[in-house]
Design a protein around this ligand. Structure first.
Ligand code: SF4
Ligand code: MG
Length: 335
């Protein structure tokens, strides 16, 4: 499969009066055509900063991509002139956010908002653009598209507004769609419908999707691969099955226990105690040490090397490291 995005050793910092926040600390991942990658973690883990970096939307200053590369279809985005990036943003790479209301302009009709990108970037006539807008509204499941094109955002329900946001994001036929907490503001039934819509749209258009969420439950159904972020790093990654059913990092396991599971009835939800470390001066060892029920002596001293559990499943945890296992076995022998 064609690789469309390659993020390599990305570091993002923010300079504040209190010092420099190391928000993203060496993140690498890639994405193939037609694939859905989920980036999961608590707020402040660096997942939204990572997606903003891909869009080249890190405000500089105070933000800065201090290291790393972001390659989209062979183009290096970290060094691209802003003018060229503007022709990629919203056209080849689209992004949708949590709140569908702020993403729409309340003073313009849905029709205008759907067609303006097509006329500007795809040089369509207004008739051609309208035709395409109707097609898109049908694709995202908005009934009576002819009439509804003339309406304003406030005339739609929250779920319908999010469908319109998705239609606008997809109308120029982007190759990459980044969705940051796209269902968080919606109720559970609508959430499920929107996730299903992502799947249908992907099947029809072949768009690659990066889905950013704090809720591992959201991604269980639609992600092909899952990346788990903690304190600005990827601490575990794998296929949906590897992370969701065979997740090994104690943080991933904690996330799984704090998510309602449809397949395990009556299971108690357990929140993860404690808070993530301060990213002004991140710990040199494993950043999860202070919250980890399995923490060992080595953990807060040395950052765990990445262990490859399979070709696709990788985890940064000393528990998976053969050398740590040997040390533990030796310690057990002595007792
Ligand atoms: Fe816990 Fe140590 Fe693994 Fe970090 S490296 S997750 S502290 S066991
Ligand atoms: Mg890479």
């Amino acid at each position: 499969m064609e690789k469309i995005l390659d993020v390599n050793d990305l570091h993002v910092t923010f300079t504040t009066y209190g010092g420099t926040v190391k928000a993203v600390r060496g993140v690498s991942f890639d994405l193939h055509k037609g694939e859905t990658l989920a980036i999961v973690g608590e707020s402040g883990c660096g997942k939204s900063v990572t997606s903003n970096a891909i869009m080249q939307l890190i405000p500089d200053p105070p933000g800065k991509i201090s290291n790393g590369t972001i390659t989209f279809k062979g183009k290096e985005l970290t060094t691209i002139p802003e003018k060229e990036m503007r022709s990629i943003r919203g056209v080849d790479i689209s992004m949708i956010f949590q709140d569908p209301m702020t993403a729409l302009n309340p003073t313009l009709t849905i029709g205008t908002q759907l067609t303006e990108g097509l006329m500007e970037h795809r040089k369509m006539s207004s008739a051609e653009a309208k035709e395409k807008a109707l097609e898109m509204m049908e694709l995202v499941g908005i009934p009576n598209p002819q009439e509804r094109l003339k309406q304003y955002p406030h005339q739609f329900s929250g779920g319908m507004r999010q469908r319109i946001v998705i239609a606008i994001a997809l109308i120029c036929e982007p190759e990459l769609l980044i969705a940051d907490e796209p269902t968080t503001a919606l109720d559970v039934t609508i959430q499920a419908q929107i996730l299903e819509l992502f799947e249908q749209v992907q099947e029809k258009t072949g768009v690659s999707i990066i889905l950013i969420t704090h809720d591992l439950g959201v991604v269980a159904k639609i992600a092909d691969r899952i990346v788990v972020m903690y304190a600005g790093k990827i601490i575990e990654e794998g296929t949906r099955k590897e992370v969701f059913y065979e997740g090994q990092h104690p943080y991933t396991r904690g996330l799984l226990k704090s998510v309602p599971r449809l397949d395990i009835k009556g299971e108690k939800l357990i929140p993860i105690d404690g808070t993530p470390p301060d990213l002004f001066s991140p710990p040199q060892g494993c950043p999860f040490t202070a919250r980890c029920p399995m923490a060992m002596e080595v953990c807060d001293k040395v950052y765990p090397l990445q262990t490859e559990l399979s070709e696709t499943h990788k985890v940064d945890c000393w528990l998976q490291d053969e050398r740590a296992k040997q040390l533990l076995a030796q310690a057990a022998d002595k007792n």
